[in-house]
Design a protein around this ligand. Structure first.
Ligand code: HEM
Ligand code: HEM
Length: 179
């Protein structure tokens, strides 16, 4: 297998491993939040909003890093359809990482709810107040979260397949600086 496969840039790797636990935590915080009416609901929501906006900032930086640093090519001996799916899934990830926080922010705007982050920091509404729009965006937030979770599971499976079975340098291209 291609032992000389290049790795992702340090900034890409740093952002990948910073964001991976944050995004997974957000999915579980979201599900935990809607599963309870106790005081935990408010506590989790108070974490969910600023963390979601932090993810929006991080993915914006990461997207610029992605466009300015070449990603290492996938191994030549990997079937083309698998290469296409791998690339597609990465762009789906980027799209969802932008969409989730923007839909969350928009839905609270449409519902007329305050978008309090921390201390005195509040975000302004980004869409007009409209109860029907709120309903659409609230459902979209759930559906996109399910899609993000499914993409993550497929991604984890593929990463383990590369790391444990194919051992072709794909896993270490993101996991460490050298193969
Ligand atoms: C990567 C970013 C985000 C992820 C992965 C995420 C994920 C989730 C998930 C899984 C749920 C539960 C959905 C359900 O079962 O219906 C949820 C609900 C929610 N999210 Fe997010 N979210 C993100 C960003 C945001 C942002 C930025 C905001 C607002 C500024 C936000 C506001 C909300 C609200 C208000 C709820 C519903 C709470 C309720 O109905 O009690 N989310 N989110
Ligand atoms: C914790 C389990 C995870 C593992 C083991 C893992 C592993 C990897 C590996 C090995 C690559 C390189 C693939 C390639 O060369 O094509 C990669 C890329 C990528 N991963 Fe993950 N990942 C994990 C979680 C996540 C999560 C939660 C996200 C979503 C935020 C994510 C988003 C991405 C993206 C967008 C890329 C493409 C990088 C680029 O082209 O800029 N990963 N991951």
């Amino acid at each position: 297998m291609s032992a000389d496969r290049k790795h992702f840039s340090p900034s890409a790797r740093f952002l990948h491993w910073l964001m991976a636990p944050l995004v997974i935590a957000m999915l579980f915080i979201g599900v935990g939040m809607v599963a309870t009416l106790s005081s935990w609901h408010q506590t989790l929501l108070a974490i969910h909003k600023p963390l979601g906006i932090a993810i929006l900032v991080l993915v914006s930086v990461r997207f610029i890093v992605r466009l300015t640093h070449r990603a290492p090519p996938l191994p030549d001996d990997m079937p083309h359809w698998q290469q296409h799916i791998a690339h597609l899934s990465h762009w789906v990830f980027y799209a969802l990482l932008f969409a989730m926080p923007l839909v969350g922010w928009s839905m609270l705007s449409a519902g007329g709810f305050p978008i309090h982050l921390f201390g005195p920091v509040n975000l302004p509404p980004i869409v007009p107040q409209d109860v029907r729009l709120y309903a659409v965006l609230r459902s979209a937030h759930t559906v996109l979260a399910l899609l993000l979770f499914a993409t993550f599971l497929a991604h984890l499976g593929a990463a383990l397949f590369h790391g444990l079975i194919r051992r072709d340098g794909v896993f270490s291209s993101m996991a460490k600086g050298r193969d």
